[in-house]
Design a protein around this ligand. Structure first.
Ligand code: NAD
Ligand code: UD1
Length: 338
């Protein structure tokens, strides 16, 4: 029996694969390495002393999926594979719909053909669009996404809801992640963005290591306590345990579940910079600039359903998130490239 993890070489996938192997699950990974390095999984093997089976292939490749389902006794699929850059999605919408939507359709089709019916999907708080109020619960309004990336996540959720109604024997959980940050406490695996990071924490950590000069803080005139944007940052190891909890509860409750994975606490950009300064014992240069188009003022979760349905809650503090990000950054200044 094994768990199939698509996108398992990526940031959240590699931490989840590690956590699965550590507790004794067998893992099969499919990843086309479009946004990852094979080294992440070599390090997972080094850390756990166990080796996942890895297929370097695309989830759009039906033949590869048929082989995987034929050669392994897959009980569950965790579907991380997809493209995730908001800005890139605006310039390349077809690539985003192809990978994120069609990729999921092909995977579901091949699961059905193989008789595999337990599925966990990587969704995002982006499906809430511009929140009417916070905290966001799973009953909060969705929609109003402003870019193809966000729309692709919402479309897949809708497809999964329809599919679940038609196929009640399928067990499906959509996990809506808030803002994933941090790294494994060993500093051996972490987030390795291509080029100049778009997201706040990788940007701050590259300023701390001296690769970038100054953090541009996008707006200090939001209706938030210090005027900067507020988000629900969650440690990637908490996300990993959230997936294990979702796997364990896949046969309980409703056949189709949508669950927030967040901490329930919002921190501002300035809170993050100060926490990082403390972790890295260095000054982070920053300057206030105009708001980034498409950004919202504040977004944080009501995480109570995850506790109720999965018995899971986030345990890492902001200081631990920044400590582990810095530990990864300082030990791997160029990520997985030597
Ligand atoms: P990531 O880019 O590090 O991981 C995605 C992995 O999927 C990569 O290893 C990539 O090579 C692989 N991949 C992409 N397209 C593929 C395809 N067609 N076939 C096979 N492999 C493919 O991203 P991540 O941060 O680990 O995110 C994982 C998932 O969680 C994504 O679906 C993402 O949209 C979602 N998510 C991420 C965040 C975040 O901030 N990181 C927030 C919410 C949701
Ligand atoms: C972004 C995406 C979201 C995606 C998420 C996870 C946008 C508009 N949204 O969320 O769809 O699911 O990443 O990858 O891109 N900030 C700065 N300076 C920076 C970078 C960010 O001040 O250089 C601020 C932002 O204005 C925001 C906060 O930091 O207030 C967090 O930004 P970021 O890490 O990019 O995440 P989100 O915008 O929440």
């Amino acid at each position: 029996m094994a768990i199939l993890v698509t996108g398992g070489a990526g940031y959240i996938g590699s931490h989840t694969v590690l956590t699965l192997l550590e507790r004794g699950d067998d893992v099969v990974v499919i990843d086309n390495l479009s946004n990852a390095s094979r080294t992440s999984l070599d390090r997972v093997a080094e850390l756990t002393g166990r080796v996942p089976t890895v297929y370097i292939a695309d989830v759009l490749d039906r033949q590869a999926l048929k082989i995987i389902f034929a050669d392994h006794n897959i009980t569950d699929v965790i579907h991380f594979a997809g493209l995730k850059s908001v800005s890139e999605s605006i310039n390349e919408p077809l690539a985003y719909y192809q990978n994120n939507v069609t990729g999921t359709l092909v995977l579901l089709d091949e699961m059905q053909a193989a008789g595999v019916n337990r599925f966990i999907f990587s969704s995002s708080a982006t499906v809430y669009g511009d929140p009417q109020s916070v905290p966001l619960s799973e009953h909060s309004r969705t929609g109003g996404t402003t870019n193809p990336y966000g729309t692709s996540k919402l479309m897949v959720e809708q497809i999964l809801a329809d599919f679940s109604r038609a196929q009640p024997d399928f067990r499906i959980t959509c996990l809506r992640y808030f803002n994933p940050v941090g790294a494994h406490p060993s500093g051996r695996i972490g987030e390795d963005p291509n080029g100049i990071p778009n997201n706040l924490v990788p940007y701050i950590s590259q300023v701390a290591i001296g690769k970038l000069e100054t953090v541009s803080v996008y707006g200090n005139d939001y209706p938030t306590p210090d005027g900067t944007g507020v988000r629900d940052y969650i440690h990637v190891m908490d996300l990993a345990t959230g997936h294990l909890a979702a796997l364990d509860c896949q046969n309980k409750g409703a056949a189709y579940k949508v669950i927030n994975l967040g901490t329930g606490v919002g921190y501002s950009v300035i809170n993050l910079i100060e926490a990082f300064e403390k972790a890295a014992q260095t000054k982070i240069n920053y300057q206030f600039v105009n708001r980034r188009p498409g950004d919202i003022a504040e977004c944080w979760s009501d995480p109570s359903l995850a506790y109720k349905e999965l018995g899971w809650k986030a345990v890492y503090t902001l200081d631990e998130m920044m400590r582990d990000t810095w530990n990864w950054q300082k030990n791997n200044p160029n990520g997985y490239s030597i």
